[in-house]
Design a binder for this molecule. Structure first.
Ligand SMILES: Cc1cc2nc3c(=O)[nH]c(=O)nc-3n(C[C@H](O)[C@H](O)[C@H](O)COP(=O)(O)OP(=O)(O)OC[C@H]3O[C@@H](n4cnc5c(N)ncnc54)[C@H](O)[C@@H]3O)c2cc1C
Length: 371
């Protein structure tokens, strides 16, 4: 079996890059050991928030580039797949419900404004006019009106279908390693045998370092577990994403509200714990007391692919033919459109739409050169 490009992993990153490469006329094979989208990509809250997630600088710029692509990307994936992806505007509210966090929030708002980021600063009453379900204790909020959310489960399915319809092939099974001969990538060792390819994109999320033959240093990607509980509210108690200093609430249009999330160094132990549920349910009820009587209808955990500096790993490795689309940590859903465009451009040898230098793998080795 062979392909121009092999993608290792069919999460949002693997499927997004595969879609763009197939649209560019390349023969594309996506190798997934499980079900496409089954891991971090379907466990995510689906928040698209550069404002809360990124300090001003190159990473904020990357996040804004991706946010700017989201509306068109959602429409394109929906058109190709025939399925809704749950893209929803309304902005993000970062609220303070106690006196301790209020000055922290005010400081953040001032820093963002100085950097030219569009924010609106609301007092408690104004925040509650936007979201009447918020606690009467709400002291104030930053509102990022241009932000949005998406439903990652719907997106994962739709992006898989879209990439398939664009011509990408999908094959189930474990990739053991990247095959290198004569100093360049020649394919992968798959559980079904050797697959030849001119280029390989490693998009295996938190498991990326388990694929032999990469040129990333030890510790370049590690799992950070997040737990989420889902509450059912009828009629919907909230209509936009709400952050506090402890976590977030992500409302879906049907009234379900995702309460997340923990940030745990727990290896690959995929469980929901009493302490994790306590954390996310407590922050939910503090932010919106009406949630105390809402039924808990679902819970899960999964693993963010975290890097030492919290930035994604995007673009070419040191070995010719090897590319990365991994390490997206807390923002892989937000960064899906820009990753698809930029990493596919790098594979095709075209100019990338954003400067990938700050996100290259070379930054991660002690001497700044990929090993
Ligand atoms: C609880 C939680 C909440 C989150 N909330 C948000 C959010 O609100 N907004 C946001 O932007 N981001 C969020 N994230 C982060 C986001 O989910 C991730 O950054 C993103 O999904 C990473 O995408 P990926 O394709 O790299 O990884 P994954 O979706 O994990 O995909 C990697 C795939 O590779 C496959 N794979 C691994 N090894 C192999 C192998 N050897 N052979 C074959 N296949 C292999 C896996 O089975 C998997 O399907 C959240 C994450 C978690 C866990």
């Amino acid at each position: 079996m062979n392909a121009d490009v092999v993608l290792v992993g069919a999460g949002l990153q693997g499927c997004g890059v595969a879609l763009r490469l197939a649209q560019a006329g390349r023969s594309v094979l996506v190798l997934e050991r499980s079900i496409p989208g089954a891991e971090a990509s379907s466990a995510a809250g689906g928040i698209l928030s550069p404002g809360v997630e990124a300090e001003p600088g190159p990473f904020h710029h990357l996040c804004m580039e991706s946010l700017g692509r989201w509306s068109d990307f959602a429409a394109e994936v929906e058109r190709l797949s025939g399925s809704w992806v749950g893209f929803r505007g309304g902005g993000t509210l970062e609220v303070s419900v106690d006196d301790r966090f209020t000055p922290v929030l005010a400081g953040r708002a001032a820093a963002l404004e100085r950097a030219g980021v569009a924010v609106e600063i609301l007092d408690g009453d104004a925040a509650r006019r936007l979201e009447p379900g918020l606690s009467p204790e709400t002291r104030g909020a930053i509102w990022f009106p241009g932000e949005a959310s998406v439903d990652p489960r719907l997106l994962g399915r739709a992006l898989h279908v879209a990439a398939s319809r664009a011509g990408a092939r999908f094959l189930q099974g474990q990739v053991r390693g990247i095959a290198v001969e004569g100093g360049r990538v020649v394919g992968v060792d798959h559980e079904t045998g050797r697959i030849d390819a001119g280029a390989v994109v490693l998009a295996a999320g938190a498991w990326s370092l388990q694929v032999a033959g990469h040129d990333l240093p030890a510790g370049a990607v590690r799992p950070v577990r997040g737990q989420i509980a889902v509450l059912d509210t009828r009629p919907p108690l909230l209509s936009r994403v709400v952050f506090t200093d402890k976590g977030y609430l992500v409302p879906r249009p049907d009234g379900r509200i995702l309460c997340g999330s923990t940030m745990e160094e727990a290896g690959f132990e995929k469980v929901v714990t009493a302490g994790g549920l306590l954390h996310v349910l407590q922050l939910a009820v503090e932010a919106a007391p009406g949630l105390a009587t809402a039924p808990v209808v679902e819970s899960w955990s999964n693993f963010r692919p975290a890097t030492p500096d919290g930035l994604p790993i995007l673009g070419p490795g040191r070995i010719p033919g090897l590319f990365y689309a991994t390490g997206h940590y807390r923002n892989g859903v937000l960064l899906t459109p820009v990753t698809a465009d930029a990493v596919s451009a790098a594979v095709l040898g075209r100019a990338t739409p954003v400067d990938l230098a700050p996100f290259g793998p070379g930054r991660l080795s002690p001497r700044g050169a990929a090993r």
